[in-house]
Write a protein that binds this ligand. Sequence first.
Ligand code: BES
Ligand code: MN
Ligand code: ZN
Length: 496
Amino acid sequence: MPLRITCRAAEPLDLRADVTALGVFVFTRELPAPLKPLDALLGGGLTKLLAKEEFTGKKDQSLSIPMLGRGPSERLVLIGLGEKTAVGDGDVRALAAKAARLTNVDRSAHLVLGIPIELQEHLRAAAEGLELGAYRFTKYLTGDRRPKTELDEVTVAIAHKPGAKTKRAIELGQRVALAINQARDLSNEPGNALPPEGLAAAAQAVAKEHDLKIHVFDHKEILRRGMKLIDAVGRGSVHEPRFVHIEYVPKKAKKRLVFVGKGITFDSGGVSIKPAAGMGEMKHDMSGAANVIGLMDAVAVLQPEVEVHGIVACAENMPDGNAYRPGDVWGSLDGKTVEIINTDAEGRLLLADALAYARTLAPDLLVDNATLTGACVVALGTTCSGYYASNDATAELFRRAVKASGEQMWQLPLLEDLREQLKSEVADIKQTGDRFGGSITAALFLREFIGEAKHWVHVDIAGPASTERLLGWAQSKGATGHGVLTFLALVEQAAE
Ligand code: BES
Ligand code: MN
Ligand code: ZN
């Protein structure tokens, strides 16, 4: 259920609620103005408490104070915003998300959010943060395990009377975040509930809702088109692979952007089977595909004057008598032959065919994203994705989008000297390199399949990490959606 979010021209502490959350810039002696009346009512008690707790509004500081009947709500939460200089969409989004999450943790339903006047032009980001922060995956909890009270109503206290523009900003932000939450729902679905055909059906549902053109290739069509690597990866599963292409084509389009996602609904490793510990996390191995589906949903809502195509390749990687094996040589949609080294490096195979398809759309920018390597998680941890770009200008474009989104991503190099590791004796190219530089050699492998596409970015997503961890505002487990905000920023940049 979407939150009921309204804006009201009021001082936040004049509004009744269960929880009142206030964003506070760094202050030295003087309390922020909205807190002064309450401080007076408490005989200076607030000033004393903040001094004792050393709360000065530093970034990521927060203080939760029970009001015990003396304030406008049960609980007052102060959230530090840091210095007044470095604040934008990302900070407001994080503030709102933190407030929403704390309200849920407090088992409360109604939140009043106070945003400093300097930041009140970022209301879309505030609405995004509220929905993202309120997200929980509770679908499979029953009876007592279900949360009893959940955040459902938010009043945002602002200085001016809310007009049509304010309403629109809130609505857009909310719908963008719900698209991301839908991606997170897909990522969190266990493998038994979401096989490749289920993932394709989710894409179909989004296309139908927004009247977007969609092509879904079943196994037969995948074979007919020569997507031999997608076939190879999916062979060990009783669930057939699917290939999906969603189109958003507005009348006046300045550019064409193509996004590709890895949709492995469960990655057992196949014949090169993974160790038992942690294997269950590999239900999230379709996070890249989920991101693309969520992105298409958000794009359809925002209606930018840019053509956006979403491509997802879906398969399940399982061991079986029919499964592909190490030592195999397989053809590809591109035409190159690939020597299989390890059936657990399945993502790059799926993406190779997806990229070979995507490049035929002559994209101005081609972006793929995938939970591709454990090596990237080793390098950057679980809160940061790695990205590679085919040239500096493209990297710069992407870096700007990352900055605008507030997501954590770090550029990694396409080191040419590692390309040698992919030389094969029996085929055109080897599937994997040696032990070291695993994320880089995976990226170099993908580059072999982009053909004439000049502007390409590959994102190695930070494994099954959650959006809130990646944006640095909470600690809940659950997966991803990480990347959608950056991809949306890219789309909006292209529309400028
Ligand atoms: N989906 C995994 C990568 C992964 C693992 C992402 C853990 C996030 C967390 C991928 O298919 C895989 O298994 N990659 C192998 C490649 C190796 C066999 C060359 C890996 O990283 O170990
Ligand atoms: Mn794998
Ligand atoms: Zn995988």
